[in-house]
Each structure stands twice: as structure tokens, then as C-alpha cells.
Design a protein around this ligand. Structure first.
Ligand SMILES: [Zn+2]
Ligand SMILES: [Zn+2]
Length: 341
């Protein structure tokens, strides 16, 4: 939250109350002081989510240190989540955005530059975090709820078991995304992703690191149920991530008939519409939206709608054009921890 926004959202009510009661300078000072305190009051649910994330990461680190595999697993995480094919896809999508943009805009548009800062954060912080979250979740669920493992599944052939697990993981990701929109304490972190008013392929990386916790815990459940102790081939994870990354590209692509099943850029853009974010929650598959009655398939001729959040509840670069990207990024990451929004 920017300093200029604070009085509007949090401080104004306090200052107003102080003036109305006494009209004296002391009351005004008191009101401002209270506003300053309110400004820095922490949101308990956000702190709790951070605490859960720390526990999961700590469990992951301890588990890997015990096995002497910490470095190898972190390197493996990099290989899956920053694979050359993914980097190439992002570059190719960026070129396609220049040729066939859904919304024409300069290559160095403020939104693109800010999302590039999130790419750096993703590479430095989020990839190791995701890797450790998945290890920590598997260790905790495996040790406390190992009974959920479906023993007969261990004899099923790989061609059935692996696709089944990935589809189930996608369902879990849909559920986590649904929860992000329905539960206020999760929306605090998800709102940052929706605050982008200039979608591009880089927006896939514009996410608060703590937004990933619920998704990784839920997506670990089908892995523990169907494939306990068996890793999914890294190439499949990379393909999954590639499809999930393309959905934010500034393109009108609907993927034709395949877009009825796979989330396309045009399909996901409807989820980022300012007016209604309750539809098209799918991460890779659209079937969960269809089953939940929340699928809205895009028309190829429809104009690209406006994206972002009405009223800009999260500080955005389009409003703070002069703010340096990393500084605004820090402000955007801190914002969910402030009690008033
Ligand atoms: Zn969303
Ligand atoms: Zn999105």
C-alpha cells in the first residue's frame, strides 16, 4: 500500500472520528497517531499463512538434509520449473505478442516491466520455495496421513497412473484457485495476481510467494494417494507448467477445438476481467469449470476486455508510474500483511 493511499483506506476514518468528537488539535494528532498505528497493524490470518509456509519449508529442508539430497532436489526443481523449453516458450510467446497482440502496447509498458521484476523474484525465491513446499507437504502428509495412500494403485501401469495423478493434481489446483477467490484470507494474496492491467506471458510469474502454499498442499494429496514415494517425470511437470504459463499471453488464441479442454490465453483472459473473476478458474484443464458451471468459452471475434481490479485495492504500477519496479514490488508483497485493506 502506498503512503498516498493510506489515508483513503485506513487513516481517513480515524482522522474523521477524531475531528468529529472534539475539533481540537490534540484530537487530530491523536487521530493521526492512531492512523499510523493502524497502518502498521499486522493481519493475523496473513501472519498465520506465513507461519504455515515456514513450517512446511522447514520440514522440507530437514527431510532433505536427513537424506543428504537438499542440493540435488533444489537443482532438480530448477530443471523442472526453469527448464530451457519453458524459457524458450516465454520468449516465443513474447514475440507472438508483438505480432498478434490482443491489446497492442509498447514492449516496455509499465505492466511488462513490473512483471519482469516478478520473473526475477520467481527465479530467486519462488522456485526454491515451490520445491521445498512440495517436499515438505509430501513429508507431512505422508507421516501424518499415510493411510490415504491407495495401495492397489502401486500395481497400476505407469501409462494410467501418471496421467491420472496429473489430472487429479490439476483438480486440486482448481480447488486451491477456487479457495483463493472464495476465502478472504487467501484472496489477500491472490489479488496481486489479478491486479495486472496489462496482461502478458510474464503475468504468469506475478504472484505473491505465499499464494502457492494452499495449491502445493492440496496438489500433494493426489500424489500421496496415487504415487507415494514415486516421482513424476520432470518432463511432464515442465509440460504442465508450460501450458499454465501460456494462458496469460497477450494473445487472442482460443486453441480451436482443443480450447474446449485446455485453458487458452483467451479463456484465461476472461478470468482476469474486471467485472467478474468467478469464472474460468481452470489452471490447465477446463473440465473442472465445466463441471462447476463456471466455464465461459471465448468468442474468437470478441474484443479483448479490460483486466485488473476495480478501484485498485492493490498498489499497481499503472497508478505509481514513477515508482521504481523493485520498490513497488516490495510494497505489493507487504500489502497483504496490513490489517486494513
Ligand atoms: Zn484467480
Ligand atoms: Zn491468471
Amino acid at each position: 500500500m502506498s503512503v498516498s493511499q493510506v489515508p483513503v483506506r485506513a487513516g481517513a476514518a480515524d482522522d474523521g472520528a477524531g475531528l468529529a468528537i472534539s475539533g481540537q488539535g490534540r484530537a487530530v494528532t491523536g487521530g493521526r497517531a492512531r492512523a499510523r498505528v493502524a497502518r502498521w497493524q499486522l493481519c493475523p490470518s496473513s501472519v498465520a499463512l506465513a507461519g504455515v509456509t515456514v513450517i512446511l519449508v522447514w520440514t522440507g529442508v530437514m527431510d532433505l538434509l536427513r537424506q543428504g539430497r537438499l542440493e540435488a532436489v533444489l537443482r532438480g526443481g530448477w530443471a523442472e520449473l526453469a527448464a530451457p523449453v519453458l524459457v524458450t516458450l516465454v520468449v516465443v510467446a513474447g514475440v507472438c505478442e508483438r505480432i498478434w497482440p490482443a491489446e497492442p502496447r509498447p514492449v516496455l509498458a509499465r505492466g511488462h516491466v513490473q512483471d519482469a521484476c516478478y520473473v526475477a523474484l520467481h527465479a530467486i525465491v519462488v522456485i526454491p520455495l515451490m520445491t521445498l513446499l512440495s517436499v515438505g507437504s509430501a513429508a507431512l502428509i505422508g507421516s501424518h496421513a499415510g493411510w490415504i495412500a491407495l495401495r492397489p494403485a502401486q500395481n497400476w501401469p505407469g501409462w494410467l497412473l501418471i496421467p491420472l495423478t496429473i489430472v487429479a493434481m490439476d483438480a486440486a489446483n482448481w480447488l486451491a484457485h477456487f479457495a483463493d477467490h472464495r476465502l478472504g484470507f487467501l484472496w489477500r494474496f491472490h489479488a496481486l495476481h489479478h491486479s495486472q492491467e496489462e496482461l502478458s506471458v510474464l503475468t504468469s510469474f506475478r504472484a505473491h510467494p505465499l499464494m502457492h502454499t494452499t495449491g502445493f498442499v492440496l496438489a500433494t494429496v493426489p500424489v500421496v494417494v496415487l504415487m507415494p514415494g514415486r516421482p513424476i517425470a520432470p518432463v511432464l511437470i515442465t509440460i504442465y507448467v508450460c501450458i499454465g504459463t501460456m494462458q496469460h499471453a497477450n494473445l487472442r488464441w482460443t486453441y480451436g477445438p482443443a480450447g474446449r479442454v485446455i485453458v487458452s490465453p483467451a479463456y484465461h483472459r476472461l478470468h482476469h476481467a474486471r467485472e467478474d473473476q468467478s469464472i474460468n478458474l481452470g489452471v490447465v484443464l477446463t473440465i473442472w469449470d465445466v463441471l462447476a458451471g463456471r466455464a465461459r468459452f471465448p468468442s474468437r471475434r470478441a474484443a479483448a476486455g479490460r483486466t485488473g481490479l476495480e478501484g485498485r485495492p492493490v498498489p499497481v504500477e499503472q497508478h505509481h508510474a514513477a515508482a521504481p519496479g523493485p520498490l513497488l514490488l516490495a510494497e505489493q508483497l507487504i500489502e497483504p500483511f496490513q490489517a486494513q485493506r
